[in-house]
Design a protein around this ligand. Structure first.
Ligand code: PRP
Ligand code: URA
Length: 224
């Protein structure tokens, strides 16, 4: 069962409204393996892919269904299928790509929007270098993917851009979130719910999540 973070009347409680922590044991176990600094690039990438699948399962749990008429080998029946237009997965480059294969394994007909952003190391502001999305975002549910929600500058910039292009039904999926990032994200886009595997303690002076797992993009691609 997932933890739907309790809503309190204080400011922190308000910020945590709309945040679902996916506390499934498989997710938590794999996340622990990823946090270990000795984990290889190959292992890190593999685990991110596996957790992507598990998070996809949770974030799509309430998708609407419609009944269609089919013929089994024995008879006809009305059977459920997912209603509406295909989903859009919108990974934030680079690290968001780590979720993509796992999610496409579960939802192979989904469309993909690529959002190229990097965080300026001094200002921690998001800098856009690429954006390519399906033209009919207004008609589709868009799942924005990025393992790390730190200051939330990247996530907010990505959602701003997708909304500019018409997206209305958005969800954000990450692996680790900082309380500071959740507060900023929810304050800016209160209509966009968040799914995360964990909420960590705080951000350090360089905007890194503590205890965290380090730089997700570098660990995934073996750069530094
Ligand atoms: C990382 C991460 C997020 C961002 C989170 O990307 O993948 O996109 O930082 O930080 P924020 O919440 O403070 O914006 P980075 O900018 O390092 O780029 P990369 O994925 O290409 O390494
Ligand atoms: N981006 C990362 O990859 N890791 C952090 O801890 C913060 C931002």
């Amino acid at each position: 069962m997932n933890t739907h973070v309790a809503v309190g009347s204080d400011q922190k409680g308000q910020a945590m409204q709309g945040v679902t922590i996916v506390d499934h044991p498989l997710v938590q176990h794999k996340l622990t393996l990823m946090r270990d600094k000795a984990r290889s690039t190959k292992g890190f990438r593999q685990l991110l892919n596996e957790i992507g699948m598990l998070l996809c399962y949770e974030v799509t749990r309430d998708l609407p269904l419609e009944l269609i008429e089919i013929e089994t080998p024995l008879t006809t029946m009305r059977a459920p299928q997912i209603a509406g237009k295909k989903l859009v997965f919108a990974p934030i480059l680079r690290a968001g790509v780590g979720f993509l294969d796992g999610m496409l394994t579960l939802v192979p007909s989904a469309r993909v929007a690529h959002i190229g952003l990097y965080r300026d190391p001094e200002s921690l502001q998001a800098v856009e270098y690429y954006f390519k999305a399906p033209s009919d975002l207004a008609d589709r549910m868009v799942l924005v993917l990025d393992p790390m929600l730190a200051t939330a500058n990247s996530a907010v910039a990505a959602i701003d851009r997708l909304k500019e292009r018409g997206a209305k039904d958005l969800r954000f999926v990450c692996l680790l979130a900082a309380p500071e990032g959740i507060e900023r994200f929810r304050g800016t886009h209160p209509d966009v719910p968040i799914w995360t595997a964990a909420v960590d303690e705080h951000l350090n002076d360089h905007g890194y999540i503590v205890p965290g797992l380090g730089d997700a993009g570098d660990r995934m691609f073996g750069t530094r």
